[in-house]
Design a protein around this ligand. Structure first.
Ligand SMILES: [Zn+2]
Length: 420
């Protein structure tokens, strides 16, 4: 459903891109502020776009398909897919590895009860099938594997849970799986939570047996290690230790610092004034126009319809006349002519009720009514939909009146600091 406004920039050096990127960032902030949609900018994954780093502009929405993690104290904000938290840690000296019989333990809860410890004292193993290899991910049992983080760490974008058949072929004992006695082709990835916690209870990959006091580095190793666990709602900020909030959001825009990822692959070279050839550094910038429109309507409406902010309203004013009087018509025509493209002149032969209703549905900020009553003192009636206030305005000063209110609303939007 994405209709995008897309932009790309090309630079002679990474530092030039780095100087330009924040200007687009601030321009995007101004765009969303002018549209009067509350947004936050969050660090995001680069996904299939590749490149160095990206930021998403998101609006809080219960219909959103993204989750944003935010620290209320230091302001750290990131998409949940890539958000990092303070590493959990355990303390204590490594004890000697013990073999324990656990024949009836099929689940993590069984195991916790059987060995008498919390889930944070257990290692949880999940096995995935990548493009051509099995991947065993080990996290502490009070965490879940983030497929996004795991895929990114090992450069496998399409991971699926391994089937029973795949496990059997690789010699993995499903109920007692662990990073031991594995087929050499199986890739082991260990989460930071496991690295930081000593003396875990861990599957031995032997039917009915677990190990107690399993310690990373001493008893088992990994091909990859890093942050592969999904952030939890109680997660603490890595920067300041404050408990972070998670909320749903809708992505409206996304800006990428691509670097020379594409220019290299496509062998796009430029030559500068000294004759030096180089791969230009790229930035990519997009706003989802359809989504932005939906988010504006979501924020600005009432029971009667849309109320467009003045910055995006298709017309600033809606004009209608009441009655068949010639002078009313002439005044209406004259106003329509001097307000030009700023006004939608409803000269249909419809009832007043229908026109009032349609005006509300259209969501245009100001409604101007010329009637026999207003003609008696050369005024018009102006209804301000945003403030829901009605004003009597001299026909002569109407343009100034509308311009002043328009400016007031634009200034108010510019100065606002919408935030989650
Ligand atoms: Zn913080």
């Amino acid at each position: 459903e994405f209709r995008m406004s897309d932009a790309y920039s090309f630079h002679r050096s990474f530092s030039e891109l780095n100087n330009f990127f924040p200007r687009v960032f601030r321009a995007y902030e101004r765009v969303f502020r002018a549209c009067e949609v509350p947004t936050v900018a969050a660090e995001a994954g680069v996904g299939f776009m590749g490149g160095e780093r990206s930021y998403e502009f998101l609006t809080p929405s219960s219909n959103g398909d993204d989750y944003v993690v935010e620290c209320p104290k230091c302001g750290y904000i990131a998409n949940r897919d890539v958000a990092v938290a303070a590493y959990p840690s355990g303390s204590g000296r490594p004890n000697a590895l013990e073999r324990i019989e656990t024949p009836d333990c099929k689940t993590m809860d069984d195991l916790a009860e059987c060995v008498g410890c919390k889930r944070s004292g257990l290692a949880k193993t999940m096995v995935f099938a990548g493009s051509s290899r099995l991947v065993m991910a080990v996290v502490r049992a009070d965490y879940d594997v983030s497929l996004e983080k795991l895929g990114r760490l090992i450069h496998e974008p399409a991971l699926q849970r391994a089937t029973d058949e795949q496990l059997r072929q690789a010699g993995v004992v499903a109920t007692h799986a662990g990073p031991f006695r594995l087929h050499p082709d199986t890739v082991v990835v260990v989460d930071q939570s496991v690295i930081e916690t000593p003396n875990l209870v861990c599957g031995s990959n032997e039917e009915g047996v677990h190990f107690r006091n399993a310690n990373f580095g001493r008893d088992f190793d990994a091909h990859y290690s890093g942050d592969i666990s999904r952030i939890r709602s109680s997660a603490l900020c890595r920067h300041c230790g404050t408990s972070m909030n998670i909320s749903r959001a809708l992505e409206l825009g996304h800006i990428f610092r691509l670097g020379d990822y594409y220019t290299n692959r496509m062998d796009l070279r430029l030559r500068d004034e000294t004759g030096r050839e180089f791969y230009p550094q790229m930035g990519s910038y997009g706003i989802g126009i359809g989504r932005l429109m939906a988010a504006i309507v979501d924020t600005h409406h009432d029971a009667d319809g849309i109320i467009w902010p003045v910055s995006v309203a298709p017309f600033l004013s809606y004009l209608m006349t009441i009655g068949k009087s010639r002078s009313v018509r002439d005044t209406g025509d004259a106003i329509a002519e001097y307000l030009e493209h700023e006004v939608l002149y409803d000269d249909r032969d419809e009832s007043i009720g229908t026109k009032f209703k349609d005006y509300l549905l259209l969501g245009i900020p100001f409604r101007i009514v010329v009637s026999p009553a207003t003609m008696t003192d050369d005024t018009v009636e102006v209804y301000d939909r945003i403030a829901s206030s009605t004003h009597t305005v001299d026909v002569d000063t109407l343009p100034e009146f509308l311009a002043a209110r328009q400016r007031e609303y634009l200034d108010r939007a510019r100065e606002s600091t919408h935030a989650l």
